[in-house]
Design a protein around this ligand. Structure first.
Ligand code: ATP
Ligand code: MG
Length: 140
């Protein structure tokens, strides 16, 4: 299975701006199959734990506050070469640098409020997927 799965979140800005449907549609249109899906609201504690790897970075507090500011959509996705292809689909972290047509170019508003998360390795996709989903909530 490793290599074929990634983990994503539609972040609070994109949820608030009404883009859940359009983003899921773009994900499906790019060939990703949804194996797990959840609409939820992270507490500051959970958001802090999810982004623990960024703890020492100057924007950590801001990131945790933003990610717990409203509901998010979490999903596990399946496609060949999932990690790399999904990072290509979402575009650069800073939407000003994201390629045209990418999800962040389409829907992100700033480097902090950048519409979507994408796992950066097979290992992290598994850790992040398990953080949000029980085995019985993953179909595939
Ligand atoms: P993500 O992990 O959410 O997919 P990424 O891998 O493109 O994003 P990271 O370097 O992992 O980028 O940063 C995680 C998140 O932290 C970014 O998506 C963004 O929301 C926030 N972030 C990153 N850099 C900055 C910054 N300079 N200022 C404010 N927020 C930032
Ligand atoms: Mg990252």
């Amino acid at each position: 299975m490793a290599g074929n799965r990634t983990f994503t979140m539609i972040k609070p800005d994109a949820v608030k701006n009404g883009h859940i449907g359009a983003i899921l549609n773009q994900i499906n249109a790019a060939g990703f199959k949804i194996l797990a899906l959840k609409y939820t609201h992270l507490s500051a504690e959970k958001a802090g734990a999810f982004y623990e790897v960024h703890k020492e970075r100057p924007f950590y507090g801001e990131l945790v506050e933003f990610m717990s500011s409203g509901p998010i959509v979490a999903a596990i996705l399946e496609k060949e070469n999932a990690i790399e292809d999904f990072r290509k689909l979402i575009g650069a972290t800073n939407p000003a640098e994201a390629a045209e047509g990418t999800i962040r170019a389409n829907y992100a508003t700033s480097i902090g409020e950048n519409a979507v998360h994408g796992a950066d390795s097979d290992e992290n996709a598994i850790i992040e997927g398990s953080f949000h989903f029980a085995g019985t909530e993953i179909f595939g």
